[in-house]
Design a protein around this ligand. Structure first.
Ligand code: VAH
Length: 313
């Protein structure tokens, strides 16, 4: 039985839906601090869990007969810079609670996302490799990089089969984003449809590694289903989708909404975005477990503009 912690979040909702599709609704227990997301209501078990309450989490893992844990709960980059202490505490302690319970209860597999946010200004900007200089300059990046080493430690010392992916910015329409710097690439679609105008908090040529949610969900499942002998990285895998700038995504939207306009008013998130690579080298994930992304900017734009209206009403 699988437990998804953070099942009401941007990734959690879609990951829970995908896992239920594969393993059966009642074999995937959704949990969050917040209430159950409407898209999940009625499709399977839901329990309220605070990942910071280790004892309660431990009880639920035993009571629900959990054998796999997906930990999605975290405070993202932009929110994290406004609440450094809380971001560090939740992101770090939440992971340590899960890793400890996984060791004690012999949980078969654990999934925990890292992020391209681990890379800092001293990392290569283009095709940033799996192993390179990594000096994060955001609390979120620091917590994710430290978490990667804890995952590697629990695998090395206790044999916990924990696997991880460094997600790029994720674009989706089914559930709201969670306070990230890359959220502009989601907000732009909402505003294009509602107002035909978007005020971008990043400068026009800020290239960032991005990925459409269907690709990210598929990457997660493919990694978790890969034979353990294929897994050579027990910190976290680079995976790449595409890279684009606010200027480029705006131009793509204009192909569908000709009078759409964008203006640029960079804020504190510009510095965060500027510290990250422009593109990622995912050769190791491709070699180890056959990763390959599918959605390009044209396909993402078309799918977002087609599906967002039905979600926004
Ligand atoms: C954020 N969406 O912006 C997340 C992600 C690479 C970015 O980690 O914080």
């Amino acid at each position: 039985k699988i437990l998804v912690i953070g099942a009401s979040g941007q990734i959690g909702v879609e990951l829970t839906m995908a896992l239920r599709e594969i393993y059966g609704n009642n074999n995937v227990v959704a949990s969050d601090l917040r209430e159950e997301n409407p898209l999940l209501k009625g499709s399977g078990p839901y329990v309220s869990i605070d990942v910071m309450n280790k004892e309660m989490l431990h009880v639920q893992v035993i009571r629900q007969g959990i054998t796999q844990i997906y930990l999605l709960a975290a405070i993202l980059s932009a929110t994290g810079e406004k609440n450094p202490g809380l971001a560090w505490h939740l992101n770090m302690q939440g992971l340590l609670n899960v890793l400890d319970i996984a060791r004690e209860e012999n949980i078969h597999k654990v999934y925990w996302p890292s992020s391209i946010a681990v890379f800092g200004p001293t990392s290569p900007k283009q095709n940033c490799p799996q192993q390179t200089i990594i000096e994060p300059t955001t609390v979120y990046g620091i917590s994710k990089y430290a978490g990667e080493f804890w995952c590697n430690y629990y695998h090395m010392k206790y044999g916990v089969d924990v696997r991880s992916i460094r997600y790029p910015g994720l674009i989706s329409y089914k559930s709201a984003p969670g306070g990230g710097t890359t959220d502009y690439a989601i907000e732009i679609f909402h505003d294009a449809l509602e107002e035909k105008r978007y005020v971008s908090f990043l400068e026009e040529n800020t290239y960032l590694p991005m990925m459409y949610m269907p690709d990210a969900i598929r990457a997660t499942i493919e990694l978790m289903e890969a034979p353990k002998e294929r897994i050579s990285v027990r910190t976290s895998y680079n995976v790449a989708g595409l890279s684009f700038s606010p200027k480029e995504i705006a131009a793509e939207i204009k192909k569908h909404i000709p009078d759409f306009e964008i203006i640029y008013q960079p804020d504190y998130r510009q510095e965060i975005a500027g510290s990250w690579p422009r593109s990622i080298d995912d050769a190791v994930a491709r070699r180890d477990w056959g990763w390959k992304h599918e959605y390009d900017l044209a396909a993402i734009t078309e799918d977002m503009l087609k599906n967002l209206p039905s979600v926004m009403k």
